[in-house]
Design a protein around this ligand. Structure first.
Ligand SMILES: [Zn+2]
Length: 174
């Protein structure tokens, strides 16, 4: 807990300590960038779910500056491989028969290459939307540095916020 707080403050310190035009952009970026914590926006519209996941790269591989060693390069390669299979990261209950497709998959770095976010957007097209119940964030179960995901769900009955963790990684889609 204490470690996470310190990391968060070091992020903020990095963004306000620079007096350049980049500092402004970086400061804005730091609001959503908290080490160990990802953000997930789920939008449900008829038979289509879009899940937009933004996470500090640190939460996914343990560091986020440019890789320097072979093991750091390997960690990025392994992450890229994981990201090719969205159904293994976010799963919708099987009865709804949803097929995932990746809409966006990129790493956004700050100007100093100190902090970076993964932007990962997946669309699920469902054959039986009436059977939609829940999405499980499988990513939380086996990603050591990802401690929680703040979820915003937008569906036909309105908007809901929640926090998912490894122990409670399922989001209700109603
Ligand atoms: Zn960072």
């Amino acid at each position: 807990m204490i470690v996470r707080k310190q990391l968060y403050f070091s992020c903020l310190a990095a963004s306000i300590g620079l007096a350049s035009p980049f500092a402004l952009a970086q400061q804005k970026h730091s609001h959503a960038h908290e080490h160990g914590k990802g953000n997930l926006e789920i939008t449900l519209d008829k038979n289509r779910i879009v899940s937009r996941f933004i996470s500090p790269l640190q939460a996914l591989i343990g560091f986020e500056r440019l890789p320097k060693t072979k093991s750091e390069n390997d960690a990025i390669t392994a992450l890229n491989q994981r990201l090719q299979n969205p159904a293994a990261l976010f799963s919708v209950n099987a009865e709804a028969e949803c097929k995932p497709a990746i809409l966006e998959n990129k790493i956004v770095r700050d100007a100093a290459n100190k902090h970076a976010d993964l932007h990962y957007q997946v669309e699920f097209n469902c054959t039986k939307p009436a059977a939609l119940k829940q999405m499980t964030i499988l990513l939380l179960k086996d990603t050591k540095h990802l401690k929680e995901v703040r979820v915003e769900f937008v569906g036909p009955s309105g908007q809901k916020s929640s926090t998912a963790t490894a122990k409670s990684s399922t989001v209700m889609l109603n």
